[in-house]
Design a protein around this ligand. Structure first.
Ligand code: KG4
Ligand code: ZN
Length: 337
């Protein structure tokens, strides 16, 4: 039997994305990132839904064209059901349901956070998928979790953020320093020229595997306020500020990963999500191979931020197991793993 071809659709936040996958091999992956939020310091939900409505048809058309297939070749449609912004999710969900009806093919609902983790199962030359069980640190603009992945569909959240997500901390602190949204990649770039030990910000001391980032943000805010008598303080020290903030956020993340490894005795560890694109986090995470005798899995950059390829790969795994979704399914803004 021919390996099924699946169309994946992602619309949970500010990226409209469509991908075509055959088995675990990506035939195309088109991502359209909405620029409209740049000056607002965060995603404006209403504008995001409208942009998804405009983008979804051309993005899907392009994915089909690039994969060199026609709509008739699609065997199933996978879509992000949640978590995310409800208005954004509704666009992808409604479109996926309608197209599944029109093409008379099965529908596969996917949890966005599982998608991030399972980006590690996309077939890639020279990249090995993690073996079970493994721990995954998923760090994005909306979430920060440590997940124990026992098997394809057996996932346990061991810890998560009690307030802001790691990416949100990058973005909000970036806004305080006058950077555009999303600020993570820019902070990463500027930090490479700065001193990570120049400024000290406190790392939250939570006993368990949960995270908290709002304290770091508040302490950077007070620190900047204290120095506001010098109007060029931020511009003169931007590289050092970025390096110090980044260093603090990474320390707060890795201390929990090390703790999770100690508690679970699981040495297969992965990172996923938009913040896993961070060059210093990737370096320090890899270093756990030496310091903690772990085997690390770091995704290709193109699969760190939101994309439909990661949704399609979960769809493909569900298709193999006949885990189809009823057409009366609805989007779910708070959809737990
Ligand atoms: O996974 P993602 O694309 O979307 C969500 O599901 O939230 O993650 C976006 C987040 C943003 O907060 C962005 O600032 C952050 O990932 N990000 C980074 C880097 N690239 C993206 N944070 C730190 N360093 C980076 N290089
Ligand atoms: Zn995401």
């Amino acid at each position: 039997m021919k390996t099924p071809i699946i169309l994946g659709i992602e619309s949970s936040c500010d990226d409209t994305s469509a991908a075509i996958i055959q088995g675990r091999k990506i035939l195309s992956n088109v991502v359209s990132t909405q620029k409209v939020h740049q000056n607002y310091g965060g995603v404006v939900p209403e504008l995001a839904s409208r942009a998804h409505l405009q983008n979804i048809v051309p993005v899907i058309d392009q994915a089909i064209q690039l994969a060199n297939i026609t709509k008739k070749d699609i065997n199933a449609i996978a879509f992000t059901r949640g978590p995310g912004l409800l208005g954004s999710l509704l666009v992808g969900t409604s479109f996926a349901k309608s197209l599944a009806m029109a093409l008379n093919v099965p529908l596969l609902e996917v949890n966005h956070m599982q998608g991030h983790i399972f980006a590690h199962f996309i077939e890639e030359d020279n990249l090995e998928s993690p073996s079970f069980p493994f721990l995954c640190l998923t760090v994005s603009g909306g979430h920060t979790q440590i997940v124990k992945v026992n098997d394809y569909f057996s996932l346990e959240v061991l810890g998560e953020t009690l307030d802001d997500a790691a990416g949100e901390a990058f973005d909000k602190i970036g806004k305080l320093m006058g950077l555009n949204y999303p600020a993570g990649a820019m902070i990463d770039q500027l930090a490479q020229l700065g001193d990570p030990e120049k400024y000290k910000f406190p790392i939250p001391k939570l006993e368990d595997l949960n995270f908290s980032f709002s304290g770091i943000k508040t302490s950077v805010m007070y620190f900047l306020q204290k120095n506001q008598n010098n109007p060029s303080f931020i511009s003169e020290n931007l590289n050092d500020l970025c390096a110090s903030v980044q260093n603090t956020i990474i320390k707060a993340l890795l201390v929990k990963v090390e703790k999770a490894v100690e508690i679970t005795k699981i040495k297969n560890i992965a990172i996923a999500g938009g913040v896993s694109a961070n060059s210093e986090l990737r370096k320090k995470f890899k270093n756990l191979e030496i310091t903690h005798n772990c085997k690390t899995y770091i995704p290709k950059l193109e699969y760190t931020s939101d994309n439909a390829a990661m949704i399609a790969v979960v769809g493909s795994l569900k298709y193999e197991r006949h885990l189809f979704t009823n057409l009366n399914i609805s989007a779910s803004a708070r959809y737990n793993l």
